[in-house]
Design a protein around this ligand. Sequence first.
Ligand code: IPM
Ligand code: MN
Length: 357
Amino acid sequence: MYKIAVLPGDGIGPEVIREAVKIVRRVAEIFHLGFELKEAPVGGASIDQFGTPLTDEALKLARDSDCVLLGAVGGPKWEKVEYEKRPEQALLTLRRELGAFANLRPARVYPGLLEASPLKKEVAEGTDLVVVRELTGGIYFGKPKGIEREAGGEERAFNTEVYSTSEIKRIAVKAFDLARRRRRKVTSVDKANILESSILWRRVVSEVGKSYPDVKLEHLYVDNCAMQLVSNPRQFDVILTTNLFGDILSDEAAVVTGSIGMLPSASLGNHHAIYEPVHGSAPDIAGQNKANPLAAILSAAMMLESTFQLYDVAREVEKAVETVLGEGYRTADLHRPGTKLVGCLEMGSLVEGHIRK
Ligand code: IPM
Ligand code: MN
């Protein structure tokens, strides 16, 4: 029995997760697999119900499951809530408590979706990369941090970017292992011309790289990488970077592909994992059956592959998605003249209908 904690969250989260769950149930039926799915509110939905973005029960459910399938959290409704109780805190707590230190964010241009990229076709075409973002360290969690009032009455705010050898090593190993299953190139991104934490980062990544002579290792400063991502994105295979830089670069990489509504992610730890679409809660279109469920469905495919090692089943789901796109069906985010506009629910059903044994 595979145990999945389903945390739909806010905005379009519940709609897209409903479609992903539909696919998981379909797969279970066709391939005779047993999934136990248990649901809990998280983020704003949890604040509304329980006054906290992540209850102990929801965290326990996540801990007791093999993995988490998450929608999205946040929205304007909770923007005024004090910082410690914001919906986003649920994500940070889940990541930390589940030890999900390796965030994999693939960004690839899907055939037929190239027109959606804001870049010239010649530049975006063929982009197929994965951002491997360190997720439980760096400035997101570093101490000391805080906002203090100084004697003169002025306020002073500070955060700490901190990385240890072992933290850098384990994420680097993930990136190199992944590169071996891809095009064998790792681009490590840092700010080693300025930051001590980056100097150590570069040193440890280089050291790990020595055990992977078959993988090409390159180092880029983050500002240069941001520029390269929009001028020549095809050069990248695996981008390995810190929590903060990875947050920024993964959004940039996503938009290059024009398919933000298509992009899944996996956050892997040693015993747990969180799978979620990259797109966020999109409150402006929530509840209107307009959202693109494909990122959530592809996140479920990543779950089938990484947590349950059901490689063929995962491939079947991905193939079904490609077939439906090939037939010209699009949700509003990717709809162009000549394609067929469908809603979130219909898109999920189309994919469901194409899953074969
Ligand atoms: C992401 C998000 C989160 C992050 C926020 C919502 C805490 O932007 O998953 O990229 O910064 O990690
Ligand atoms: Mn982000």
